[in-house]
Design a binder for this molecule. Structure first.
Ligand code: OOG
Ligand code: MG
Length: 262
């Protein structure tokens, strides 16, 4: 760790205030170029602690930057993880309020729900599939607190990986007879196809993202409990949205999910 407790608390308060007030800021590594990974996750943990102290519940986890399309778009090379709070969830067919957001983008994702705990190290695709209750299509709304989405990995980790809102489809698909690699993914904005992909875009298999997450958490002595909702990461580049936009995601064999922006 390179930052002291007070600096971590101050940066967490700053980033969370930017989120809650829908204001952008400069990436924090401009001010603290020497901050390390532990500092970045400590800031994210402190943001989580602040939310829980205010009565929010943590309802899931997310893996980020797990596809080459996303890594290339953001100019980074390592996957990262963050948490999902209760108020991030938008009901299927529901509306995200543009006034609460800075410059949102949408990502097509596959969401996993676990039925058994996952504890790294040593988790792999097989362990994850055996522990998966079901998967669902998910649209993640990311909204980096950093100006123009310009950040490096440590800044984005501190900012809870741009987490903002998400919506999951209502149909639960068990994984037994699914090949998650070859599932086709089509995302539409206002009826126009804006991104196309397949499950394999995420680390070769979306379950690999969940295994990576379990292994990263294992290094911190944490596990993924049974019953956890996990977003496995954007399959394609994220697509910018504006007020009035309507977004639909269709994933082969998993069904559709839809949301709009006020
Ligand atoms: C970081 C969040 C990335 C994903 O699915 O890759 C993410 C960002 O691109 O702002 O959620
Ligand atoms: Mg995402």
């Amino acid at each position: 760790m390179k930052l002291d407790k007070n600096t971590i608390a101050r940066l967490a308060a700053h980033l969370e205030t930017c989120e809650l007030e829908a204001r952008d800021t400069l990436k924090i590594t401009d001010e603290y170029p020497d901050m390390d990974w532990d500092d970045a996750y400590a800031i994210q943990d402190e943001i989580k602690r602040r939310k829980v102290a205010r009565g929010a519940r943590i309802v899931g986890l997310k893996a980020g930057l797990t596809s080459h399309a996303k890594m290339k778009q953001m100019g980074v090379e390592t996957p990262v993880f963050g948490f999902l709070a209760d108020y991030f969830a938008i009901p299927e067919g529901g509306e995200a309020k543009m006034s609460e957001l800075i410059h949102p983008k949408v990502e097509p994702e596959i969401a996993f729900v676990t039925k058994a705990p996952l504890r790294g190290p040593g988790c792999h695709i097989g362990t994850v599939l055996a522990a998966t209750d079901f998967v669902m299509p998910a649209i993640e709304v990311i909204d980096s607190r950093f100006r123009d989405f310009k950040f490096d990995l440590k800044s984005v980790v501190a900012d809870n990986c741009s987490s903002s809102r998400f919506v999951v489809g209502g149909r639960m698909a068990p994984v037994d007879n699914l090949d998650l690699r070859t599932l086709g993914v089509v995302m539409e904005k206002n009826g126009q196809v804006v991104s196309l992909g397949a499950g394999a875009a995420v680390l070769g298999h979306p379950a690999a993202a969940i295994a990576m997450l379990a292994n990263l958490l294992g290094e911190r002595g944490e596990e993924i409990p049974a019953g956890t909702l996990i977003l496995s990461g954007g399959i394609t580049e994220a697509v910018a949205v504006e007020s009035g936009d309507n977004v639909t995601l269709r994933i082969q064999d998993l069904g559709c999910v839809n949301m709009r922006f006020s």
